[in-house]
Design a protein around this ligand. Sequence first.
Ligand SMILES: Cc1cc2nc3c(=O)[nH]c(=O)nc-3n(C[C@H](O)[C@H](O)[C@H](O)COP(=O)(O)O)c2cc1C
Length: 397
Amino acid sequence: MANLEVEFCGLAFKNPIVVSSIEPTNSLEGLKRCVDAGAAGAVVKTITDMPQLAALTRHAKYAILDQEGKAIGGKVPRSYVFYSRSGYSTRPYREWAKPLREAQRYAEDNGAHIIGSVGAGTVDGWIEIAGMMEDCGLRMIELNFGCPHPSLMEGTRAGMLLGQDPELAAEITSRVAEAVKIPVIVKLTPQVKDVVEIAQAVKEAGASGVTVINRYVGFAVDIERGRPWIGGPAGVGGPWVRFLTLRWVHEIYTKVGIPIAGTNGIYDWREAVEFLMTGARLMEVGSVLMLKGYGHIERILSGLRTFMEEHGYESVEAMIGVASRRSKDYSQLLKAERTHAVVDHERCNRCWRCVESCFYGAMERAEEEVITRSELCIGCELCYNVCPTGAIYFEAS
Ligand SMILES: Cc1cc2nc3c(=O)[nH]c(=O)nc-3n(C[C@H](O)[C@H](O)[C@H](O)COP(=O)(O)O)c2cc1C
């Protein structure tokens, strides 16, 4: 039986799937349902002292689109687009103490963890809310420096605006990390020039780990009505965005060396494996649960177990970072050995797509068949990708 246990920032997790800070974790009942569904933990929806971010949740709107940008109409495709506007928890933070304490006890009894999420308006506010979470028995706190919405809300210095400012991010991180004894992790924003710089800054300031990465601001258009979905700009994400997320997981894994929780783009076990292989130790899964329900957690876990068993991975630990460690940098890639394309004329159906897609003059359409010119071929593999019959292979030049 594959071992799903994993260590993250000194805490043992029974598996690498945690529910991210999102609507399903916005109540005691929701947190318990995450635990019941088999998640190793749940990050509570961001708790705040900022009324405008609570108000944003009272005006929440969600548009779930397909890859063409149309409303999905009930069937959730793997490539869904989650276009939405909602803020932080609407419950005043002092009223969270009792449910948090109970959620923590419930999680502990079931071998899981509740992780706090803070988003405050002042440094003292960050410290106070984090302290309240520690008093409730929580074993880890996430600082939300990634929420996309404050960038659209005049006068709201929160979320990604903090994650865009390495000095401020470091100051809040170090003040909170000094004030509490439990590990503090920082949820980053992708909307900066260099996420590695911010990850490094918060690591030096005392963060035990980073969550990579919160969502982007987007703009989605309903072309039938000639206006944006849900009235204007909003946060945007979905499984399709994971390739952008994984780029930062990869860079932080290789350059910063800090434990990573991956989020933004997980649909099922397949993406979970991608995140693990890139270097994440834990996965924070969010929007897919709003569309498919808490029961989807077990589907992710059983798919992960099956993949590991079929591929001979005895533990989750054995998968962490394998793809990142095999990744070459551009200077190595420029020295890679050359290959050239060869056409298997038996398999070729003469559709000429390879000729259309060769921009190096290495494929030519002749009367009867494709002619390849190996001296011009750079082995870019585009012809191989468009060939519908698998007729193209490569030989060393
Ligand atoms: C409707 C919605 C509400 C969210 N609320 C929060 C929040 O309160 N705090 C936070 O840190 N992230 C929040 N997020 C971000 C999610 O926790 C998660 O990181 C993000 O959706 C990417 O993961 P996913 O691809 O699994 O959805 C929210 C996302 C969505 C879609």
